[in-house]
Design a protein around this ligand. Structure first.
Ligand code: CP3
Length: 352
């Protein structure tokens, strides 16, 4: 099996930081760096038709992945896709209604769970792997120092969408299943854990050099269940990926995990942890950064505010974290109202 994870690993600043090196200038990328805040994204998106069509059209998905790099030259590209490709690839009906966010045919019982089709996963996800191949060869050609990140949602966060059938504030349906029928919920997490391993492993074979697991709703998990719903599936994914692809760096993003962050970092074996804006920089420098590379954690709204507020926010993070392994990022995705010129200012501040 040809494994491209280590190709160029010694040079690319992003991979060096993931390997535990402290760089004089921290590498940076931004979650949701491709997206609606860029006019060229909106143009490509309208060419594709729907959002899912864009995710499943390799040439167009490759194009939007490269768009922010041409403007700002980040140190990493992230595959343009979505965490809901995994439910789609398992055969669940997934749609994105314009202006309403995702809609899925909800899974609420054993019969619906049994209808998922893990055998068809790679066939349905194949366009994503093609996208990874296209991006990787475009990077080798035009941006040889930019690394390629593959990604997936974590089982808990993806399960939230699969059971709720949409975004949610209370997570009532998914928690009702998890508390009321723990065996059924454990089975759903298992299906997702194995699918995520397969899906990420195929991205790595296609050319992804690091992977990030997005657990956007980790903050909704009660402390009593954090181990079962978040930590254990992550341990399984990290260890299976590292067994198949020795040296592959894995970034965990258990958003708003608060008091569970230290345990998460210790137990899961991730190489880096991405932190949301609620995490105090000084605490993470003391407790997390000696163990793993930290990534984050500028409030995305500072990219809308711009000016001195943005300058101060960036300076505080650089001051707190530059002495140890560190990748600059936002604490969550870029908001669509973000003025592109503020991203240019951020780039200047980081490269100064
Ligand atoms: O970071 C990147 O540039 C890569 C692309 C990426 C997208 N989604 C593109 C996208 C990544 C890494 C994701 C992950 C994702 N998707 C998460 C985890 C990270 C997070 O933000 O918490 C989640 C929870 C989703 C699910 C999802 N996808 C939602 C809730 C929505 C609708 C939100 C909205 O703003 O409308 C999406 C759609 C989506 N995914 C868009 C993009 C650029 C907007 C779609 C559009 O063009 O209309």
């Amino acid at each position: 099996m040809v494994d491209q994870t280590t190709r160029g690993a010694a040079q690319k600043p992003f991979l060096r930081a993931l390997a535990g090196e402290t760089l004089a200038k921290p590498p940076f990328w931004l979650m949701r760096q491709a997206g609606r805040y860029l006019a060229e994204y909106r143009a490509t998106r309208s060419q594709a038709g729907g959002f899912l069509d864009l995710c499943l059209s390799p040439e167009l998905a490759c194009e939007v992945t490269l768009q922010p790099l041409r403007r700002y030259g980040m140190d990493a590209a992230i595959l343009f896709s979505d965490i809901l490709i995994v439910p789609h690839a398992l055969g669940q009906k997934v749609g994105f209604a314009e202006g309403e966010g995702p809609r899925l045919e909800p899974i609420r019982d054993a019969a619906a769970l049994a209808r998922l089709d893990p055998i068809g996963l790679h066939r349905r996800a194949a366009p994503v792997y093609d996208t990874v191949r296209l991006i990787r060869s475009a990077l080798e050609r035009d941006f040889p120092n930019i690394a390629l990140i593959g990604f997936a949602g974590s089982p808990w966060t993806v399960a939230c969408y699969m059971v709720e059938g949409a975004g949610s504030k209370e997570y009532m349906q998914v928690k009702e299943m998890a508390f009321g029928d723990p065996a059924l919920f454990a089975k759903l997490l298992d299906v997702l854990t194995e699918a995520t391993i397969e899906y990420l492993s195929a991205q790595v074979q296609a050319g992804a050099e690091a992977v990030q697991l997005f657990d956007s709703w980790a903050g909704a998990v009660p402390a009593t269940h954090f181990d079962a719903w978040v930590v254990r599936p992550t341990v399984r994914i990290v260890s299976a990926l590292k067994a198949r692809h020795p040296g592959l760096p894995v970034i965990g993003f258990p958003r708003q995990a608060g008091h569970n962050l230290e345990g998460f970092v210790t137990a899961t074996g991730v190489d880096a942890v991405s932190l949301d804006p609620s995490v105090p920089v000084s605490w993470a420098a003391k407790v997390l950064q000696p163990k793993v590379t930290v990534q984050g954690n500028l409030d995305p709204v500072l990219l809308i505010a711009g000016g001195d507020a943005l300058r101060r926010g960036v300076a505080g993070i650089l001051e707190g974290w530059s002495g140890r392994p560190f990748i600059f990022n936002l604490g969550h995705g870029i908001i669509k109202e973000t003025p592109p010129e503020n991203v240019a200012l951020l780039t200047q501040l980081l490269r100064a």
